[in-house]
Design a protein around this ligand. Structure first.
Ligand SMILES: Nc1nc2c(ncn2[C@@H]2O[C@H](COP(=O)(O)O[C@H]3[C@@H](O)[C@H](n4cnc5c(=O)[nH]c(N)nc54)O[C@@H]3COP(=O)(O)O)[C@@H](O)[C@H]2O)c(=O)[nH]1
Length: 812
């Protein structure tokens, strides 16, 4: 039958049905079919719908019967082959329900071929009662081979193999009887070139590999087999195939998959794994069992390969980390790098610190995780060392200021939470500077190490001691029951630190002063507390050293006053508020004035004339004595230039002015600018100049002496009064301190000292000047002792430059 005619038949049936269609009833059978369908009868069947819901053929044309595979009349639809029954039942039921023609497509399979049928069901009514249906089945032109369809449905290789018997009738090879394009593509040949070929002719190297034996086994036992084989590619290189085969009757059907990429990946993985310079292992993420380990890991951890493979991931972790490892592996997505540093156990029991990078891998066909280990133990040690150095003092290994302040902040949080006070102790070593200056820095360093050891030993574990710098230490005393405990600790520390030290066989004695601030009462921040403890320390030092003081709020006021004075002092120099007074010194022998000592005064706009004792110590502390001293020297030289040429001028030089080695240049400049003879200038220094940096300062004294100026030792008898100072430099004059002169008449001890100093001056060829002479008796006594010069209120008070000039004029 031609498709064109078939289309016509169907068209006629549709037209008839539509023409006869009424709103109240379906078209009658004879309105649609009888006498008018002609050829259509060949393709139609009349079906009766029974009351039990089943359908029975009344009759069918030959073409329809060909489709259902047999005679139709009286046959129940359910008894038809399933490929006809299912589609017919669907169509019949749907047509009855819709009361409309229904169009479907059926795909019956016959002898390996599939052909599509258009199926149209027309619902009808009949004159003798009961619903009727007209089924029209028409084959389409195309017809499909089922095997071809299956073969074409995949790009994978499919093939059918027929056994080939050898000479003795035993199957020892196979012939390709059918294959799809996918199989041909896999070996880069055409289907025609491959078809009917023997398997071992196509793949000669399969002989002896066991592949043919596996196929023979599949053929004989009818059980599926799966195996891999390689094939030298026509394009070069080797390709790997996986074959799955099973027997169907006398044929073997086989699927072929190219697994070359997988195998190559596995090979790359193997190379990467084995040749990696980093330790690597593969483990099962579920059981955590080790599945593979590389040579570097075996060497690094010290476990043998066998030991490793019998271990679980947890076995290389210390106990405390195991739970966390379990939690990470239980997550739905395991992170490739947690960013954490982990601890791993080596075979010798030592612990290394590692970073672990892991990823999901397919290992021998199963999900696994590959872990790469980077040992950061050394790096961490270095980091720890650097961190230690950043937070500790190199000499004593005590915490430094940075760590101390961190700990103090932590302590303050604890104090706030638990309302348990803490104390901050600032400790300064008394006389440490003298040890450093006299015995040298190496001895000073060793002394500091011993001090830190004693401090550590005297504290509880809960307390902290730090070296803040130089000879300054600080302690945090935590969880105090009451503030008095800080004083008790201070007493104990002062006692401990004041015990003699043996430094390289030398006995050294120092002391300690301590300032205490209480948290939280004396400050809310670490900086404030430290500052206040420092203030208390200065009070302790001021008040005699070797003691401790608690911070008092008025100390803060004192410091603030000192700051205000500092600001004013700097301004005074700029606006010219300084002035000089001159006090005469008189020759005992002639009774004549031989010169004047320049004494500094601060002409303060509100406070009037401020004596030097009130500002010079501060000026020395803040270094302002250097520019002030320069002004005094230049002004005194300028004034002396107006005096008679035999009149000397004495200027006090602070030890601070010796620092920086510029003093000789300054003196030379002052002499040049004023034009006075160097021999008229006397520089008065105190013992402190020789106490600190003595070698450098003696060198400066020699430079000054080389300029031709005279050098006096002022305030002799106070301080250390070491006779060695007189030996270290040839002074021109010794000034006997006024404290000895004051009692010279009534105190035989002071008289004896004055007598000894004068005698020493005579024997060394150094003149002596007695300071603070207030009475005629004192003068007479000094004359009797042989003192060279005298100075004091009895002979003349410090006076303005103009008055001094008038006095000189009267004398001449
Ligand atoms: N570095 C510098 N120091 C200086 C300078 N000017 C002064 N000074 C030092 O200040 C200290 C106090 O000095 P001053 O208040 O001027 O007192 C001096 C005299 O006024 C006082 N003096 C003198 N005679 C008597 C006396 O009979 N009785 C009595 N009670 N006091 C008297 O003694 C001070 C002089 O001391 P000295 O220098 O040791 O001769 C003092 O240490 C000054 O050195 C300066 O420019 N630079």
């Amino acid at each position: 039958m031609h498709g064109e005619n078939a289309g016509l038949d169907l068209h006629v049936l549709y037209r008839n049905w539509r023409t006869a269609e009424r709103p109240t009833h379906l078209p009658l059978y004879d309105e649609v079919v009888l006498g008018r369908t002609g050829r259509a009868g060949n393709h139609t069947a009349l079906v009766r719908a029974l009351s039990d819901g089943t359908f029975v053929f009344a009759h069918a044309g030959p073409a329809f019967e060909e489709w259902i595979g047999g005679e139709a009349a009286g046959r129940n639809i359910e008894a038809l082959p399933p490929d006809c029954a299912h589609v017919l039942l669907d169509g019949l039921e749907e047509a009855l329900r819709q009361k409309q023609p229904v169009h479907l497509v059926a795909y019956p399979e016959r002898s390996g071929y599939v052909r599509a049928y258009d199926l149209v069901i027309f619902p009808l009514s009949s004159r003798w009662g009961g619903p009727l249906l007209l089924a029209y089945a028409r084959p389409r032109m195309e017809k499909y081979s089922l095997v071809d369809a299956i073969f074409a449905s995949t790009t994978g290789g499919l093939m059918a193999l027929a056994p080939v018997r050898g000479r003795e009738g035993v199957v020892d090879d196979f012939r390709l009887v059918a294959l799809n394009q996918g199989a041909a593509d896999l070996v880069s040949q055409s289907i025609d070139a491959l078809r009917w070929q023997r398997l071992t002719d196509l793949f000669p190297h399969l002989r002896g590999t066991g592949a043919v034996d596996q196929l023979v086994q599949a053929w004989r036992t009818k059980a599926a087999v799966e195996f891999e084989f390689s094939y030298p590619s026509a394009l070069g290189g080797v390709r790997y195939f996986s074959m799955r085969a099973s027997a169907m009757e006398d044929l073997v059907s086989a699927s072929l998959i190219d697994v070359t990429e997988i195998r190559n990946r596995e090979e790359s993985f193997r190379l990467l794994f084995q040749d990696s310079p980093l330790p690597m292992f593969v483990y099962c993420p579920e059981t955590m069992q080790m599945r593979d380990v590389n040579a570097v890991a075996v060497e690094h951890y010290g476990y043998s390969r066998e030991q490793f493979l019998s271990m679980s991931l947890l076995d290389i972790r210390p106990q405390e980390e195991r739970e966390r490892v379990r939690q990470i592996l239980a997550q739905p997505t395991i992170p490739s790098d947690t960013g954490d540093i982990w601890k791993h156990l080596k075979a010798d029991g030592s612990i290394i610190e590692v970073r672990v990078y892991s990823r999901q891998v397919d290992y021998q066909g199963q999900a696994a995780r590959l872990a790469v280990v980077v040992d950061v133990t050394e790096q961490r040690k270095t980091e720890a060392r650097i961190s230690f150095m950043a937070h500790h003092d190199a000499l004593t290994a005590l915490p430094n200021r940075v760590l101390f302040l961190d700990e103090l902040r932590r302590t303050l949080r604890h104090v706030e939470r638990h309302e348990q006070p803490a104390a901050i102790l600032c400790i300064d070593l008394d006389y440490f500077k003298d040890v450093n200056d006299t015995l040298g820095h190496p001895v000073g360093d060793k002394l500091l190490q011993q001090v830190s050891g004693r401090l550590r030993g005297a504290l509880r574990e809960n307390d902290l001691v730090a070296r803040l710098g130089g000879d300054e230490f600080a302690v945090i005393q935590r969880d105090l029951a009451e503030p008095g405990e800080a004083g008790m600790l201070s007493d104990r520390l002062i006692a401990v630190l004041s015990q003699p030290y043996d430094v390289d066989g030398q006995m050294v004695v120092i002391g300690a002063s301590i300032g205490i601030a209480m948290a939280p009462t004396d400050g809310e921040s670490a900086d404030a507390l430290l500052k206040n403890a420092d203030m208390a320390l200065y009070r302790a030092k001021d008040e005699g050293r070797g003691t401790f003081r608690y911070f008092q709020p008025e100390m803060d006021a004192r410091v603030k006053a000192r700051r205000a004075l500092e600001v004013e002092l700097r301004g005074a120099l700029v606006v010219g508020e300084f002035t000089l007074r001159y006090q005469p010194f008189v020759s005992v022998e002639t009774g004549k004035i031989t010169g004047f000592e320049a004494l500094l005064r601060w002409n303060h706009p509100e406070r009037g004339m401020v004596p030097p004792i009130e500002f010079i110590p501060l000026a020395e502390d803040i270094g302002l004595i250097v520019p002030i001293g320069e002004w005094v020297l230049r002004q005194a030289c300028r004034d002396a230039a107006e005096w008679p040429e035999d009149m000397r001028v004495a200027v006090n030089i602070s030890a601070v002015q010796f620092k920086g080695q510029k003093l000789a240049n300054l003196v030379a400049s002052a002499l040049t600018m004023s034009g006075i003879e160097p021999g008229r200038l006397e520089l008065e220094i105190t013992e402190s100049v020789l106490l600190h940096d003595s070698e450098a300062n003696v060198a400066v004294l020699h430079q000054l002496r080389a300029l031709g100026v005279r050098i006096s030792m002022d305030d002799f008898g106070t301080g250390y009064s070491s006779l060695s100072y007189l030996r270290s430099f040839p002074f021109d004059k010794i000034k006997i301190d006024q404290s000895f002169v004051r009692e010279i008449v009534d105190n035989s001890g002071d008289a004896a000292i004055v007598s000894a100093v004068v005698g020493m001056g005579v024997s060394l060829g150094i003149s002596t000047t007695a300071e603070g002479v207030e009475t005629a008796e004192q003068l007479e006594r000094l004359r009797a002792e042989g003192c060279t010069e005298v100075q004091g209120y009895y002979l003349g008070r410090p006076m303005p430059a103009g008055e001094a000039q008038k006095l000189m004029a009267r004398q001449s």
